[in-house]
Design a protein around this ligand. Structure first.
Ligand code: ZN
Length: 80
């Protein structure tokens, strides 16, 4: 399920308050995030396919089972 466009409209980067865009995560990144979040989803396998990338600082916030994780400390660092 894609991120709700209305939700996306009100979300901003918690680090710099810039707009976010939906990006598809590469397989290795997605698998690493599934492993990371599995402990928090005891009854079901987390689904990680997309992230929200900041237009300004380029951090990417993972979307885990349709829930955007808007925490700076959980963000993927900007790719180079
Ligand atoms: Zn940012």
């Amino acid at each position: 399920m894609p991120v709700d466009p209305q939700l996306l409209e009100i979300l901003v980067c918690p680090a710099c308050k810039a707009d976010l865009e939906v990006v598809r995560l590469d397989t290795a990144t997605a698998e690493a995030l599934v492993a990371k979040y599995r402990d928090k989803f005891r009854d079901e396998e987390p689904v990680v396919e997309e992230g929200l990338r900041c237009a300004s600082c380029r951090k990417t916030y993972p979307v885990v089972s349709d829930i955007p994780v808007m925490l700076v400390e959980e963000a993927l660092p900007a790719a180079e």
